[in-house]
Design a protein around this ligand. Structure first.
Ligand SMILES: [Zn+2]
Length: 302
């Protein structure tokens, strides 16, 4: 995989600000809009399935390269290879192939997916679900292009597969899977652990130790602040929003912000000298969050 000489910051989907801008008339203007904000990435959401037609994908590809914006594909939410229902597994595999088709036509080499739910409730069911998911991913080995990678994303809710350990296991077992660390999800899954630079460095070092420097260099991040409760992720927040309910919320931190914080993240990637793709999913302010992190990165010394 080609690596960048600096981190690339961008947005998930089409932020509300795009539709308020002068570029709003055509969705294909997203690339020009991002370029005007000095952002370099867009993750295209295919929440309810891959709907894009070939012509449109080719146009996106052309404009993305013209405006120097990279594209990743976010797979539909209902990819559940660990389901107990064989029909659901079969349909999930079909959706993965649709993502590969789109990635190939649009010129993306990263497909992000959620490991999703598993059949049952116990730790034993969870382990079985993970094995089934790995086998499902291995089953497509001979039918996929070898320059496009599947990124397994960390889960925000404890009831889903996708702890950091599980993501690492999937990456170790399947050669074409890479880690997508949604730091807000990790924060939710671990009941609020990412409250400092050090805590984020620790997560990055865990990936480095378990998967090696090469995979660390190819890492993908989702980064935004999140409101959490005892089950994990509750809702996305914006970096500038203050946590007014902190008095009632056992899982909030001592100050008024939602975590993880951009300054902690930026110093963590600087310390580890990595140049990842960073997709911002901050609530209704994806581009503002991405621009803030980019500015902090460019202006801070640590
Ligand atoms: Zn996701």
């Amino acid at each position: 995989m080609d690596l960048n000489d600096r981190p690339l910051f961008g947005v998930a989907g089409f932020p509300p600000a795009f539709f308020e801008s002068e570029y709003r008339k055509k969705r294909t203007n997203i690339f020009q809009w991002l370029n005007s904000l000095s952002l370099n990435w867009v993750e295209l959401q295919n929440t309810y399935g891959v709907k894009m037609k070939e012509e449109q994908a080719k146009e996106y590809r052309k404009l993305a390269s013209e405006y120097n914006v990279g594209i990743s594909i976010h797979a539909p939410y209902y990819i559940t290879l660990a389901s107990a229902d064989p029909d659901v597994v079969k349909r999930s595999i079909e959706r993965i192939f649709q993502c590969y088709w789109l990635a190939d036509v649009i010129g993306a080499n990263r497909i992000i997916f959620h490991p999703g739910f598993f059949g049952g409730k116990t730790d034993e069911d969870r382990k079985k679900g993970l094995d089934q998911l790995i086998n499902g991913l291995l089953s497509i080995k001979n039918d996929i292009p070898n320059n496009i990678y599947l990124y397994a994303e960390t889960a925000g809710k404890c009831s889903q597969l996708g702890s950091l350990e599980e993501i690492i296991k999937i990456c170790n077992a399947v050669s074409y899977v890479r880690p997508c660390l949604d730091l807000a999800h990790i924060h939710g899954f671990t009941h609020g652990s990412l409250i400092s630079t050090e805590s984020i460095v620790k997560v990055i070092e865990c990936v480095e130790q378990e998967l090696g420097r090469k995979m660390l260099d190819e890492i993908h991040f989702h980064m935004y602040p999140v409101e959490i409760d005892k089950n994990g992720e509750k809702r996305h927040r914006a970096f500038f929003e203050k946590n007014e309910i902190q008095q009632m919320n056992l899982f909030s931190n001592k100050d008024e912000w939602f975590y993880p914080r951009p300054e902690h993240f930026v110093s963590a990637i600087k310390q580890k000298k990595i140049n990842p793709i960073v997709v911002c999913e901050a609530l209704n302010s994806q581009e503002q969050g991405a621009m803030l992190m980019k500015k902090m990165y460019e202006e801070s010394d640590i």
